[in-house]
Design a protein around this ligand. Structure first.
Ligand SMILES: Nc1ncnc2c1ncn2[C@@H]1O[C@H](COP(=O)(O)OP(=O)(O)OP(=O)(O)O)[C@@H](O)[C@H]1O
Ligand SMILES: [Mg+2]
Length: 220
């Protein structure tokens, strides 16, 4: 298994109220699998992806990624894993407004050598794959919503990660661009990349091998 989650719990404290979001999530994902997660808005899908990406911690549970206990690693170790092995497509894109497309897609390489010949080539190839070479020097505010989404996807691909966590990767795209992204995911999947994708669209989920549903705080 590439990753294994057992009995994961997560709640948020809002004033006096405790809101339980994840209530015993179990998930095992084999290396190379392509999984989609569906579920109503607010059911905890993004919360789960953030935990899987090492950006958030659960209240309790077990999370093993590539034989490492993700919940007991130091921040430095977790950051290293995130930078080298995990590509994250956020629902909010999370692009830096002052950087152009090339700069944003290069961000994950800051951990390595951003200017090495190999990383420059990987960045340009990722930008080309999402069809944005003609916009490579534009900043986020000079891009459309769908283009920003594709920059976020290029950034996730550029490091050639073991695992891609994609939160609604086609949420803002028209059918032509959705198809480009789904073809790209299919290609990555065939090349052995593990993909976990959140989507509201059953047609999008259908291209994955397995669809899980977030229901009452757990996956089924
Ligand atoms: N920092 C926070 N503090 C309090 N509540 C939060 C916080 N972050 C998320 N929540 C709540 O947790 C619940 C789950 O949020 P999450 O973003 O995981 O849902 P989701 O399944 O991704 O929804 P969507 O499909 O709309 O993206 C929501 O009800 C949200 O309001
Ligand atoms: Mg969400």
């Amino acid at each position: 298994m590439l990753l294994e989650v057992k009995n994961l719990y997560k709640s948020y404290q809002l004033g006096q109220n405790k809101i339980s979001i994840l209530q015993g999530v179990d998930l095992s994902v084999a290396e190379g699998e392509f999984i989609s997660i569906m579920g109503t808005s607010g059911s905890g899908k993004s919360t789960l992806l953030h935990i899987l990406g090492g950006l958030d911690t659960p209240d309790k549970g077990v999370y093993t990624f590539s034989t490492k206990n993700m919940l007991s690693l130091s921040d430095t170790e977790r950051s290293w894993i995130r930078a080298h092995w995990i590509g994250f497509v956020f629902q909010t894109f999370d692009l830096l407004p002052e950087l152009d497309v090339v700069g944003n897609v290069s961000l994950p390489f800051l951990y390595n050598r951003a200017d090495s010949e190999q990383s420059v080539e990987q960045v340009e190839r990722a930008i080309e794959k999402v069809g944005l070479t003609h916009r490579r020097l534009h900043r986020p505010l000079e891009l459309s919503g769908g283009e920003m989404q594709r920059v976020a996807i290029a950034r996730a691909l550029a490091v050639q990660p073991k695992l891609i966590l994609a939160d609604e990767p086609t949420g803002n795209l028209d059918s032509k661009n959705s198809q480009i992204i789904l073809n790209l995911f299919q290609e990555l999947h065939l090349a052995g990349t593990t993909i976990i994708m959140v989507t509201h669209d059953e047609k999008v989920a259908a291209i994955s091998e397995r669809t899980l549903h977030m229901n009452d705080g757990w996956l089924q």
